[in-house]
Design a protein around this ligand. Sequence first.
Ligand code: ARG
Length: 478
Amino acid sequence: MADAMTAYTQSLAIDARMVAEDIWGSQAHALMLGEVGLLSPEELRVILTWLERARDDHEAGRLVLRPELEDVHMNVERYLIDGAGAEFGGKLHTARSRNDQGLTDCRLYVRARLLDTEAALQALCRAMLDLAAAHVETVMPGYTHTQHAQPITFGYWAAAHVSVWLRDLRRIGNAYDIVNLSPLGACALAGTDLPIDRALTAKLLGFDGVLEHALDATSSRDFLAETLSALAILMLHMSRLGEELVYWSSHEFRMIELSDAYTSGSSIMPQKKNPDCAELTRGKAARVVGDLMALLTCLKSLSMGYSRDLQEDKPPVWDALDQTLGALATLHGAVSTLTVKPERMRELVDANFATATQLANWLVVARDVPFRRAHEIVGKLVRALTDEGKRLTDTARVAELLGEQDVSAGDELADVLNPLLGVARQASQGGPAPEETRRMIAGFGGALAEAEADTLARAERVAAARAETAQRVAAAMG
Ligand code: ARG
């Protein structure tokens, strides 16, 4: 190969992070070859011994990976052949291709990172639920069109993000199920004429089952597209949160303050406190959406059977996993340490007619006014107050203006226009009333506990498979 060709075609820079997976996959494959009689006990012992040494060297940072060998698979195999000799090391690749081998490594790696992502998202959900529970009576403006709409509470807003993220957890769990199937034994494209046992390697690697069709297993990457879709949608949601953190921490809003640990200063303006964590999350969401597009575009014209284009499958996935895990950790920190400004929130609620709908609904209920008429009455009233530079908190003036439109308002007006009481009356299913918010928070907490238990159970199944492999390796090595 020409030097330029070698440099251009190597994938080591990307697959170097799958050394541990490549060794685990090779151990499972070797144990299976031993089991079906394709390796003698002695051959198996020598191969496993050198794979263990490769792992020790890798863990000690001593394993030298050479780009001219193209990828992690050729490097591990070369280590084995150099150490054990070709008559032993050269037998590991029996009934295996780099196509099924690489995909095995990739699925093992992505599976582990998806579990990390779930755990990180669950931690963020917990932090947000704590924030929600502490603020079910902290009134703030609810926005539509980024304009004051109706009062809600900060806790209600926080719980909305958890409501979204619980779906993200389901999407990641779905991706996990699609990822966690064994391609090993599919070989290059069409299986093998040797008597392999695919169920055994699947079991030793902790896969939920075998992805049977060898041509599909070796040339499809929808398990990565599924993963990237789930990550891109999650990052889009993190970016929405980032957007709110950016403008709510601005001087114009001042509804929250981010901790110094999650903001940065300016090299020239001494007073600056910039919400970089939130801004970068918006920026990185763009990148992860781009990662998804890169993969989908790479896949769209590929026929059945491996093509080298597929070597480009991993870079966008690695990037998306890294960026998403970074965003989750950072926003978890930012959310856990932010300061809520209830007085400022209340000031904004009082400033701009957010309780107008409460007044209209009171006309409907207490004065039997048809809603459209009530809307008109309150609309006129708001215009008059605006002209006079007054607010809905000026209940005496509100009563007079209602009187001018033939509506008698009694002492109850102050209660009708009280934002917290108004929120408390928004008790329809899914509304911001404190008791309804508390009920939803409890429900979300329950769903989260189930998701956490499920993640833990899957992590334990993976650990058990790893332990079983290690135990069989030890037994075969004698
Ligand atoms: N380095 C390659 C990759 O990552 C390994 C697979 C090579 N297979 C092949 N048939 N050339 O995709």
